[in-house]
Design a protein around this ligand. Structure first.
Ligand code: AMP
Length: 284
């Protein structure tokens, strides 16, 4: 596995591969790799002949009160996992490389960035859009894989790539889960034992609500019922629990042609997010 730290080197490596007729698949991450990340790497490897993963904890997507400093960085373990999967190159740019003195550009995707995760993290998606556009333009892969677990993020990246004409195919990878349904996340490491016992309920309650909406039960009643269930289960705060169009993410009051149920809730200091598809209504 090649260990690459600069824009010049990654460009040289990728263009050499491309000249040799290889297809390059890319998986951007912030490290603290778990099975969710690794599943995306496997997907990139299935669909391309060379794979690149990046590890970069992007300061631009953390607010000053968030966990940038304490975000887990188990670098040796991460590199071993990537090596074992047979990743061809790991790209780990420094912050000087990413945001040199004088850096002045912002990337904002309208509409899709409104609401949901932006409610509690208003600067988050601008930070993500900026770093992802930079990484894609640095690596210039044929395809890049992102997790459906971060559904709003995936939709924003698809829109951004289309609007900015970045020549890459975006592939969505399914959410990998623990046995009780909890979506894998690097931040699950923050959960205490008692919080971990409750955490899987987020997915259970999402799935039940999705089924109710599929069966044409009232959306707002289903959503308020789910929010009370989460609170009763022990979640300290529900940031949002919403039924949205699965492409435009516009709020849906009724299930006309399916959609996506998206939720974020806090357990102590840990914020969990998840989402679940809602199929078109079944005619009774
Ligand atoms: P992160 O390191 O958290 O920024 O995530 C890097 C990539 O992994 C993003 O595309 C995430 O959506 C994806 N990802 C995170 N958790 C999961 C999961 N449980 N299943 C699938 N993909 C995931």
């Amino acid at each position: 596995m090649k260990d690459i730290q600069t824009i010049r080197q990654i460009r040289e490596q990728v263009s050499k591969w491309r000249n040799d007729g290889e297809q390059i698949g890319f998986v951007p991450t912030m490290g603290a790799l778990h099975e969710g990340h690794l599943s995306l790497v496997r997907l990139a490897q299935e669909r391309s002949s060379k794979s690149v993963a990046s590890i970069y904890v992007n300061p631009a997507q953390f607010a000053p009160n968030e966990d940038f400093e304490t975000y887990p960085r188990p670098l040796d373990e991460d590199l071993e996992k990537l090596e074992q999967l047979g990743v061809d190159a790991v790209y780990m740019p420094s912050s000087e490389e990413m945001y040199p003195d004088g850096f002045a550009t912002h990337v904002h995707v309208d509409r899709l960035s409104d609401g949901l995760c932006s409610l509690s993290r208003p600067h988050f998606f601008d930070g993500v859009a900026l770093v992802v556009s930079k990484l894609l333009l640095q690596v210039l892969p044929d395809l890049a894989v992102f997790g459906e677990k971060d559904y709003q993020q995936l939709m924003i990246i698809r829109q951004m790539v289309k609007d900015l004409n970045i020549p890459v195919t975006i592939v969505g990878g399914p959410t990998q889960r623990e046995a009780d349904g909890l979506a894998m996340s690097s931040r699950n490491a923050y959960l205490s034992t008692s919080e971990r016992a409750v955490a899987g309920k987020l997915n259970v309650i999402l799935k039940e609500a999705a089924l109710k909406i599929e069966n044409l039960q009232d959306v707002s009643q289903t959503v308020s019922g789910a929010i009370s269930q989460l609170t009763q289960a022990g979640f300290s705060e529900v940031d949002y629990f919403e039924f949205r169009d699965s492409q435009t993410l516009s709020p849906q009051e009724r299930n006309e042609s399916g959609g996506r149920l998206l939720a974020a809730a806090k357990l102590g200091r840990t914020r969990l997010i998840d989402n679940w598809p809602v199929r078109e209504p079944k005619l009774q």
